[in-house]
Ligand binder design. Structure first.
Ligand code: HEM
Length: 236
């Protein structure tokens, strides 16, 4: 009941966020259809949802550190809406891939032994990690979870790493396009600002747990990027 009341009270914001997310996806779809020249309408829809979703998830990760580093630029009130929009688009991308290319069954996905050669695993695992964040993205869930809310939402750092490994390896040709460059730019800014934000917060708090957590995230990223490099050596 409380949850329904919240949704009703926020209906104007939810409608605006839905329209803005849809408009962003339509721009990405137009780019795939008329600028990039996707091989089919289905491919254009699937790719535009992928690019729009990943770009919005990256953008949602930029907002936090910007507010920490430059407190005058505080867009934190939009962060959840942008992240949820990105999740919904990316989820539809995953579901369309599953139904259009693989007969609707997870069993038909080409898992392969090496996730870098068959990076579908990274996409599927990332989307599973994001479900708990999506279902706890309301004010109601924030109140119920209290201090645990932040802990749950820290999963996003690991999900984002899996997303980056997924899109870097799955179709490198698709990245050398305007939507690909935009996604790479947002991703690079998100990674750099997240690192700077972690560092600034750690300098302030200097707690053991903050240091250990930041260390774990940074190590996971370095290991992921190293494994990606080993799988796809530059010039190799
Ligand atoms: C958080 C969830 C996900 C995000 C953000 C995401 C993002 C992306 C991005 C940016 C691309 C590169 C654009 C492209 O080549 O199409 C891509 C491609 C692809 N993804 Fe995902 N993805 C996600 C989940 C999934 C899932 C669950 C599956 C499988 C069921 C999947 C399967 C694919 C496939 C097959 C491609 C290559 C498609 C093509 O190039 O035609 N993705 N994804």
């Amino acid at each position: 009941m409380e949850l329904l009341n919240e949704i009703w009270e926020k209906k104007a914001f939810i409608v605006k966020a839905t329209l803005a997310t849809t408009a962003f996806w339509l721009v990405e779809l137009a780019l795939q259809l008329y600028v990039v020249g996707a091989e089919s309408f289905d491919a254009a829809v699937i790719r535009s949802l992928a690019f729009a979703g990943a770009t919005l998830i990256g953008a949602s990760l930029i907002i936090g550190p910007v507010a920490v580093l430059m407190p005058r630029w505080n867009f934190v009130q939009y962060r959840r809406a942008i992240g949820v929009g990105g999740f919904v688009l990316a989820t539809v991308h995953g579901l369309l891939v599953l139904t259009t290319y693989f007969g609707g069954s997870l069993m038909n996905l080409p898992w392969g032994a090496d996730p870098f050669k068959m990076p579908i695993f990274f996409g599927v695992f990332a989307s599973w990690l994001l479900y708990p964040l999506f279902f706890t993205s309301t004010d109601w869930a924030m109140r119920k979870l209290g201090s645990h809310w932040k802990t749950v939402h820290r999963l996003v750092y690991f999900a984002f790493l899996l997303i980056v490994l997924h899109f870097m390896a799955i179709n490198p040709g698709a990245m050398a396009t305007i939507p690909g460059y935009a996604l790479l730019f947002v991703t690079a800014v998100a990674i750099l600002l997240q690192m700077a934000g972690f560092f600034k917060r750690w300098l302030k708090a200097r707690t053991m747990i903050a240091g250990v957590f930041a260390g774990a995230v940074i190590l996971a990223w370095l290991a992921g990027l190293y494994l990606y490099y080993v799988a796809n050596p530059i010039g190799g």
